[in-house]
Design a binder for this molecule. Sequence first.
Ligand SMILES: Nc1ncnc2c1ncn2[C@@H]1O[C@H](COP(=O)(O)OP(=O)(O)O)[C@@H](O)[C@H]1O
Ligand SMILES: O=C(OP(=O)(O)O)[C@H](O)COP(=O)(O)O
Length: 403
Amino acid sequence: MKTIDELLAEGVSGKRVFVRADLNVPLDGTTITDDGRIRAVVPTVKALADAGARVVVASHLGRPKGAPDPAFSLAPAAARLGELLGADVAFATDTVGDSAKATVAGLADGRVAVIENLRFNAGETSKDDAERGAFADELAALADLYVGDGFGAVHRKHASVFDLPARLPHAAGYLIANEVGVLKKLTSDVQRPYVVVLGGAKVSDKLGVIDHLLEKADRILIGGGMAYTFLKAQGHEVGISLLQEDQIPAVLDYLKRADERGVEFVLPVDVLVSAEFPDLKTKAPANPTTVAATAIPATEEGLDIGPETRKLYASKLADAATVFWNGPMGVFEHPDYAEGTKAVAQALVDSPAFTVVGGGDSAAAVRILGFDENAFGHISTGGGASLEYLEGKTLPGLAALED
Ligand SMILES: Nc1ncnc2c1ncn2[C@@H]1O[C@H](COP(=O)(O)OP(=O)(O)O)[C@@H](O)[C@H]1O
Ligand SMILES: O=C(OP(=O)(O)O)[C@H](O)COP(=O)(O)O
């Protein structure tokens, strides 16, 4: 994989360099609640700009449906990037249209622009190679060189991640090099006990990784929205909690294999439930009730692990030598559902283990909840990406940078 330093040594002055970043930051309206992913790409953008490149930064944000949607605009992220760089950052109000073309054409050497959300275009995420390729052609027209630095999205076979680097001379940015360097340590001589904590909301995306973790981990703790498919598979009522019904046979197989292989599988024993999802804007009191995980009322949903589970999970993390954690334990964005995530973060801070926290929201959670980033071994900008990397899968966004 060519490094950005090699690219810089070849000379980038006056060249248009497309930087595929992951600026998929949590937003409250247009306010960025955690800018970790923007800070993470600054070294790459700054190095290119300082070397006289005309830097075109691109990213997705959220999951818009292939058409412009103001709720998912990258404008706040572009403004924040400008603040972090201490320089004006131009913003194109479309991705490959007139605004993008004019903005890039107007860039002086050493200046930076951000183009609008890549996922406002159906071609970005299309499963059809030709449709993705056509969009990649339009993106390629905006640049002379490509730098991949959106680690959080390298597991996506998307136009800007996979197809575009095939069309331009390319290199890996500093963030990708750093992430891969650290995660590599967890694929070879991992210190045991190796405990993996999984939670969050992208349940269908991430359940499959357990298949692989059963071969690697000594103990797996399940929380967040991930827990309810397991509880349902065990025959319990989960009310209106997040549920991946079609995965129940797979989940039963995981539980059986964990038993056979001596992998300890730990599920919540109690949860906080409510009939309503909390208001994350007003943060009005949610007044949840605590129930046994086996006794969730039919009209309520589980939104955090309960106090007994917090203690249980802390004890299951206390003797770990290595911990990988992806996915908040509850809807931590609301204070009434943040205690589970706080308890797991605190257990990692208290542990002498090598601890890795991965995922846009997980990383944001530890910072928003007031933990010191330096108290963790590594905070990865990618959740799904790091899980798939640990699985040993070929990641489209890394493979595309290799040849
Ligand atoms: N029980 C739950 N029900 C619904 N959403 C949940 C639950 N627990 C956690 N979440 C949500 O999961 C989201 C993060 O999930 P995910 O994107 O998978 O994590 P990451 O970005 O760290 O990889 C958070 O916004 C949080 O509110
Ligand atoms: O937030 C992300 O992934 P993560 O939640 O697994 O960390 C990445 O920006 C990828 O986003 P996607 O899961 O919508 O493709």
